[in-house]
Design a protein around this ligand. Structure first.
Ligand SMILES: Nc1ncnc2c1ncn2[C@@H]1O[C@H](COP(=O)(O)OP(=O)(O)OP(=O)(O)O)[C@@H](O)[C@H]1O
Length: 574
């Protein structure tokens, strides 16, 4: 049989499902059990009622069959629901992990996709939007075919007219479900877009609150936010309206279909069917049996109708989630690999060597051709005119950009994209404004490193000259700080980043203007601290002429034409 062509989103969702394939298989088998129990329960119950009414006797075996089938069905349904919930939990957990790790690898490049608040909406809200799809829709798709088919087979020997009523009405329910469901997909996409915009606006507002107050613009910012909030309210109501419409349509069709079966059976028992007056086409037992099965026939269809918008919601979310994972880190071509695998290794191999490295992006030069190297333990001060490409070089070294031309050799070996993770473990990164999270000083220092022991922490704080001011805080290193580092001065925050670099045990330190924003005196103190703390490490530090790095072994001056080495002094280990 030719396989149905899936859209990229459907393919993505089904690829994710593969991880829980076994569990979904078991869920299918449990569905088979449920279908059989429904028929057994209807058989038993119909027999009990018809015997009670017609003969006044109580058939114990039929009652036991009905009771046993009911109990087993309840237990199986419970187990099935638990399994579906846990499969959905596992899928979402590993997807979220994949997304976070991919975003980390993309580094600042992630901002080409969306702002951070919008990305966090994708990682949290949109991944959660897949929950109903995996926990309800996917298992229901099997039930929706298997249960009605089983019931139709069970009904056929008893009444072919009831069989045809079922066979004729079921496709109608499915048709209307799909019709309304498609509208729901676009409504969901719109809702996700507005939610992402709202998150971005809220985050921008938080970050720029002080500036907005200073400019007296808080009122207009509030109005903008409130406009987006009402837009979100409108789109949410639109989604809900469609969800109710779809449920209402399905309820209507299934009720009409059940009423048709009931009418046929009622008139039949009264021997009043126009084409069969005076004859009853079904016995009381068969009539009860069919009446009990009719709602069960439509129940899975109605439930799928309720869950169908979960599918549309998941597909809308999948589009945005996939965009993150599709933003791939480029890889080297085979030609480039061959070209550089023959690179000769120096006598004293530099730890970092740039060979004809340059970067053209969209016809603009982000970095002119450079061929320089750094030896193990060397400390390099990189300075130069604004826009020459210093930060771009750092981005390349951090593995955030791989569209550059030329090559980077690490200890004589070409740095391939697949080696970036291992390479990053060797790096400590100190930007102009280090990032802090809500938590204590200790938690911030340990971020990404795991638990550190007290001695290591103390040593790092002492070496980074933080010990005095941290000791004076009321709770020492357990003092909470905010994301903006409230309560600490700029110089103190930079010293804490130096302590974090020391704790990381990284042997290569990259620093991008760690003194910008500090007054000259504080900048000098921070640079002195860096001198002591980074001794023995390989360092590449960008700093403007106003903050000279006098202890550097090499001084690189970068212009729009490239880099030249202005001074070079040997490493002294004294
Ligand atoms: N995200 C970007 N997209 C496109 N071009 C960029 C981007 N960031 C920087 N550039 C361009 O790349 C060139 C190098 O910029 P880069 O920020 O690396 O210079 P820089 O030497 O660090 O400057 P500064 O000292 O002012 O920070 C500049 O022409 C700049 O306009």
């Amino acid at each position: 049989m030719r396989e149905r062509v899936k859209t990229p989103e459907q393919q993505f969702l089904s690829d994710l499902q593969q991880a829980e394939k076994k569990r979904f298989q078991t869920v299918k088998w449990l569905g088979v059990l449920i279908a059989l129990m429904i028929v057994a329960q209807a058989l038993g119950l119909a027999k009990v009622i018809s015997d009670l009414v017609l003969e006044g006797s109580f058939p114990l075996s039929a009652a036991l069959l009905a009771g046993g089938a009911f109990l087993l069905k309840v237990v199986v349904q419970f187990v099935r629901e638990q399994m579906c919930a846990s499969a959905s939990r596992n899928i979402r957990f590993s997807l979220r992990k994949r997304l976070i790790s991919h975003l980390t690898r993309l580094g600042p490049n992630r901002l080409k996709l969306d702002e951070d608040a919008g990305l966090s909406t994708r990682v949290y809200e949109q991944v959660d939007a897949l929950d109903d799809y995996y926990s309800r829709y996917v298992p229901q798709v099997f039930l929706v075919t298997f249960i009605p088919l089983t019931i139709m087979l069970a009904v056929l020997p008893v009444s072919w007219i009831a069989f045809f009523i079922f066979a004729f009405t079921a496709p109608l329910v499915v048709f209307f479900m799909i019709l309304v469901g498609h509208k729901a997909a676009s409504a969901n996409r719109k809702q996700f877009k507005v939610l992402s915009l709202l998150s971005n606006q809220f985050m921008d507002l938080n970050q720029g609150m002080a500036e907005l107050k200073r400019l007296g613009q808080t009122q207009s910012a509030r109005e903008r936010l409130s406009l987006t909030a009402s837009e979100y309210q409108k789109t949410t109501m639109g989604v809900l309206r469609l969800a109710f419409l779809s449920t209402g349509t399905l309820e209507l069709f299934s009720s009409v279909a059940i009423a048709m079966v009931a009418l046929y059976l009622g008139l039949g028992l009264l021997e009043q069917l126009p084409w069969q007056t005076g004859v009853s086409p079904v016995s009381l037992f068969a009539a009860f049996y069919l009446l009990l099965l009719a709602p069960e026939f439509y129940l899975p269809l109605r439930q799928l109708g309720n869950d169908y918008h979960a599918k549309q919601k998941a597909e809308a979310a999948a589009t945005d989630i996939q965009a993150i994972l599709d933003m791939a880190l480029s890889t080297f071509s085979e030609h480039e690999k061959e070209k550089f695998s023959e690179t000769t290794v120096h006598q004293s191999t530099p730890i970092i060597q740039f060979v004809d490295l340059h970067w053209q992006q969209d016809g603009r030069t982000r970095l002119a051709n450079i061929s320089v190297s750094i030896q193990q333990g060397e400390r390099v001060w990189l300075r130069g005119e604004s826009g020459a490409g210093k930060t771009s070089l750092m981005s390349i070294l951090l593995g955030f950009e791989q569209q550059y031309q030329g090559s980077i050799l690490i200890e004589g070996t070409l740095l391939y994209p697949e080696d970036i993770q291992a390479w990053r473990r060797r790096l400590a990164w100190i930007p102009q404004q280090p990032e802090w999270v809500q938590g204590t000083i200790r938690q911030n220092l340990e971020l990404g490193l795991g638990k550190c022991n007290d001695d290591d922490l103390r040593m790092a704080l002492m070496k980074a000259q933080c010990w005095d001011f941290v000791g004076q805080l009321r709770f020492g290193w357990d003092t909470p700080i905010s994301e903006a580092g409230t309560g600490l001065s700029g110089g103190q925050m930079q010293r804490l980043s130096i302590a974090r670099a020391l704790l990381s045990k990284a042997d290569i330190w990259l620093l991008d203007e760690p003194c910008s924003g500090l007054d000259l005196e504080t900048a000098e103190q921070v640079l002195n601290t860096l001198d002591e703390a980074s001794f023995g490490k390989t360092v590449l530090i960008i700093s403007h002429d106003t903050h000279p790095v006098v202890w550097a072994n090499q001084q690189w001056v970068m212009t729009k034409e490239g880099v030249h080495v202005a001074t070079q002094t040997p490493i002294s280990y004294v």
